[in-house]
Design a protein around this ligand. Structure first.
Ligand code: PLP
Length: 447
C-alpha cells in the first residue's frame, strides 16, 4: 500500500528547476527579514506554494520531498481530499460563532471521536483549544482543579510549548526559554529513561529512580500531575525503555496524581498506533493532542476521565477560538481519513522503510550513535565516531545538504545532534527511497 490519500494535483516526484533556495524564495526571504520579527526562525530559506502527498512545491517550482510534515502536523497530507472538501463546505456555511456563545455540532462530534479513539474505555470528556501549548496548560489547570494540589512534574529533555507555563515545563534553554523568564512556579523535573545514554537501564528501574526524586523533592501529597511525552519530540525522539511509562502511570494512580500524556507530536497514527500510549496499554488520566489532529488546521484537545475533566467549574475552560468550526470539520475529515485508509498500518510500513535505510547507513558509518522511534516518527542520534559525544555540526551539515537537494528534513534534540524523520503518511515508498538515496550520499560525502 502506498500513497493512499494523495492530492493528485501535486506531482509526486522530487524535481529541482533552480538552485535551492531559488530566486523567488530569496526575494521573499529578504521581505521576511524586514517584515517579520527576527525571533521567528525558519528551518529552510524556501517558501511554499502548494503541498500534498509527500511533496512541497516551492515558489520557484521546485518539488521537495517532505520528511517533516510541518513538524508532524500534516499526517494525512497537506491537502488531503477529505479535509479540503470538509473545510470548503464549512467555510461556506459559517466561519465562527464561538462555541461558548452559540455552539455547533462539529465541536461535539470531535469530542465524541476523541473520547472513542483515545486509550481506555472509561467515561471521558474532551475540551478543545487552538495550540498544543494551550492544551497542555489546560490539562494542568484541570489536574489542579481535580486534585486541589499545585505541583507539576515533567522530565529531562521535555518539550511542552512556548507559553509561560509550558516554557517552565520545557527543558531546553536555547532557543525556547533564554531571556524569557521568570517562569511559572511549582514545576519540577525528574530524570527520564533514555536507553542510549543511561546504559540501557531497565524501564521499571528508571521509573523507580524518577519516582524517588518525585517523592523526595516534591511529595505525592503536593503533586497534581505528572506530564510526559510517551516518545519525546523536540527532545530527540527519546523512547523510554519498556516498562517506564506503565510503572509511572501505576504510581500516579496509587497516589491520586493525574497522569497526563502529552501526545501532541505522537498522536493520530504517527507512531504506528493511534496513540503512542497504546503500545504498552498505558491508559492516561488525561491525554493532550494537537498537531496531527486536523490535517493542518489549528486545533488541540484535552481528553480524559469524566470525573477529572468535569472538576473545572462552568466557564473555567474555553477561549474565543477553541474548537473553531473549520478546524473541527478538518479534524473529523482527518480522523475519517486515518481510519478509512488504515494509516496506522501505513505508519508501520513507513517505519520498516525508514529503519532499513538508516541501518544500511549505520553499517557504514560510525557517526550514527542510535536509531530509534516508531512508525513514521524515527530519528538518528549523531555522535563523533567511536564516542557518544553529540555532533550537532554533522546533523546541521547533513540537513543543509539534503535541503539543497530537495529533501526537507528536521533536526532536534537537547544537543541539536538528532536528525528526525516525520513524513506524512500519504508519502509513497518511491519518494521515501529517493529521499534516503540523497541522505545516504550526503553521509558519504561528509565523511
Ligand atoms: C509541538 C508540541 C507542543 C506545543 O504545541 P504548539 O501547537 O506548538 O503549541 C507541545 N508538546 C509537544 C510534545 C509538542 O511536540
Amino acid at each position: 500500500m502506498t500513497a493512499p490519500t494523495l492530492d493528485a494535483t501535486v506531482p509526486q516526484e522530487r524535481r529541482l528547476v533552480t538552485e535551492v533556495p531559488g530566486p523567488a524564495s530569496r526575494s521573499l526571504m529578504a521581505r521576511k527579514l524586514s517584515a517579520v520579527a527576527a525571533g521567528v526562525g525558519t528551518t529552510m530559506p524556501v517558501f511554499a506554494a502548494r503541498a500534498g502527498g509527500g511533496i512541497v512545491v516551492d515558489v520557484d517550482g521546485n518539488q521537495l520531498i517532505d520528511l517533516g510534515s510541518g513538524i508532524a502536523v500534516t499526517t494525512v497530507g497537506a491537502s488531503a481530499p477529505r479535509v479540503v472538501e470538509a473545510v470548503q463546505e464549512q467555510v461556506a456555511a459559517f466561519t465562527h460563532t464561538c462555541f461558548m456563545v452559540t455552539p455547533y455540532e462539529g465541536y461535539v462530534a470531535v469530542a465524541e471521536a476523541l473520547n472513542r479513539l483515545t486509550p481506555g474505555d472509561h467515561a471521558k470528556r474532551t475540551a478543545l483549544f487552538n495550540s498544543g501549548a494551550e492544551a497542555v496548560e489546560n490539562a494542568v489547570k484541570i489536574a489542579r482543579s481535580h486534585t486541589g494540589r499545585q505541583a507539576v512534574v515533567v522530565f529531562d529533555h521535555a518539550y511542552h510549548g512556548r507559553t509561560n507555563l509550558t516554557m517552565a515545563m520545557t527543558a531546553k534553554n536555547m532557543p525556547y526559554k533564554h531571556g524569557f523568564g521568570p517562569f511559572a512556579g511549582e514545576v519540577y523535573r525528574a530524570p527520564l529513561s533514555y536507553p542510549y545514554r543511561d546504559g540501557g537501564t531497565d524501564g521499571v528501574v528508571a521509573a523507580l529512580q524518577a519516582i524517588d526524586v518525585i517523592e523526595k523533592q516534591v511529595g505525592a501529597a503536593n503533586l497534581a500531575a505528572v506530564v510526559i511525552e510517551p516518545i519525546q519530540g523536540e527532545g530527540g525522539f527519546i523512547e523510554p525503555a519498556a516498562g517506564f511509562l506503565p510503572a509511572l502511570a501505576t504510581w500516579c494512580r496509587d497516589n491520586g496524581v493525574v497522569f497526563v500524556a502529552d501526545e501532541v507530536q505522537t498522536g493520530f497514527a504517527r507512531t504506528g498506533d493511534m496513540f503512542a500510549c497504546d503500545r504498552e496499554g498505558v491508559v492516561p488520566d488525561l491525554i493532550v493532542t494537537a498537531k496531527g489532529i486536523a490535517g493542518g488546521l489549528p486545533l488541540s484537545a484535552v481528553t480524559g476521565r469524566a470525573e477529572v475533566m468535569d472538576a473545572a467549574h462552568v466557564g473555567g475552560l474555553g477561549g474565543t477560538y477553541g474548537g473553531n468550526p473549520l478546524a473541527c470539520a478538518a479534524a473529523l475529515a482527518a480522523i475519517e481519513t486515518i481510519e478509512a485508509e488504515d494509516l496506522v498500518a501505513r505508519a508501520r510500513e513507513i517505519e520498516a522503510v525508514l529503519l532499513d535505510r538508516l541501518r544500511r547507513i549505520e553499517a557504514r558509518d560510525a557517526r550514527i550513535g542510535d536509531i530509534r522511534g516508531r512508525g513514521a516518527m524515527v530519528a538518528v542520534e549523531l555522535v563523533h565516531a567511536g564516542t557518544d559525544v553529540p555532533d550537532p555540526e554533522l546533523a546541521k551539515a547533513v540537513a543543509t545538504a539534503a535541503h539543497r537537494q530537495g529533501v526537507i528534513v528536521l533536526t532536534c534534540g537537547t544537543h541539536g545532534n538528532v536528525l528526525r524523520f516525520l513524513p506524512p503518511l500519504s508519502i509513497s515508498d518511491e519518494l521515501l527511497h529517493d529521499a534516503f538515496d540523497v541522505l545516504a550520499a550526503t553521509f558519504e560525502v561528509t565523511r
